[in-house]
Design a protein around this ligand. Structure first.
Ligand code: PGA
Length: 260
């Protein structure tokens, strides 16, 4: 894991956007894994800005979103379908047929989950997966206790996640209890992973994910088993990292390293 600490959430987003841009420049038909929530908003704004400047082309890109709430129609303002269209897809030139978001309204979840996994494989696998992290250490909606080899499936949300996400709904009772999410095993198959976190509320989860033991109690800790994960955090989210000095040292010395 490489940990990159940026001063502000805006710098964190810009650094992550550069990483996405590098992937798309090297492979214009790359497959991106997308995340929702407040954390990647700045990254998406930056991708839209680069696209509008003519520096990023999405015409051959394919995307797979991590998760979706069960029971919300795609038009619901809090559905992740709506979120992605509102904050990214309607502003860029990605062909609609290249967009994949788990269905929260299918009548057959098992079949849908199997199809989603197959579709990722058919498209050649995910080149770069973008992730946020929950205060309970989840990635996607892989709540504590999720198998670290899990695949796309239905999950019951943890109370903590429902509480955290209640801020987006009129009241807590409106937050869905179930979600469909890529599994930890699905995420770990991505070629590269970028995990983003900002704010004090994420500091404990980041410290546990990066420096704690690999455990299903913090599903983001499974990323320690992934060969190419970069963690972009702001100062607040980095505030509980014990290895902070080393992480900064690595970034400082990186330009002088021999080509890998
Ligand atoms: P947030 O959610 O970006 O809204 O904090 C992150 C997550 O739950 O993965």
């Amino acid at each position: 894991m490489e940990v990159v600490v940026q001063k502000t959430p805006a710098e964190m987003s810009a650094a992550a956007a550069r990483e996405v841009a590098n992937v798309l420049n090297a492979k214009p038909n790359a497959v991106l894994g997308m995340a929702t929530g407040s954390t990647p908003l700045g990254l998406y704004q930056e991708l839209v800005r680069l696209h509008k400047k003519g520096e990023l082309d999405f015409s051959h890109v394919t995307t797979f979103n991590l998760d979706e709430y069960v029971g919300l129609p795609i038009t619901h303002p809090q559905s992740y379908h709506h979120f992605m269209h509102e904050h990214l897809f309607r502003h860029i030139n990605i062909p609609p047929q290249n967009i994949h978001i788990p269905s929260g309204t299918t009548t057959n979840y098992r079949a849908f989950c199997e199809w989603y996994e197959q579709r990722i494989k058919q498209c050649g696998g995910i080149d770069l997966q973008i992730l946020g992290i929950g205060t309970d250490g989840h990635v996607g909606f892989n709540e504590p206790g999720s198998s670290l080899s899990s695949r796309t499936r239905l999950k019951t949300l943890a109370r903590q996640t429902i509480d955290d996400n209640a801020r987006f709904f009129k009241n807590r009772d409106e937050v869905p209890i179930y979600a469909i999410t890529m599994g930890v095993g699905t995420v770990l198959e991505a070629g590269e992973i970028v995990l983003l976190a900002n704010g004090k509320k994420k500091a404990a989860a980041i410290a546990a994910a990066v420096e704690g033991p690999v455990t299903s109690m913090i599903t983001a800790s499974a990323l320690q088993l992934h060969p190419s994960t970069r963690v972009y955090v702001d100062e607040e989210a980095a505030s509980q990292l014990k290895m902070r000095e080393y992480f900064d040292w690595v970034q400082e010395k990186k330009p002088g390293a021999p080509p890998a």
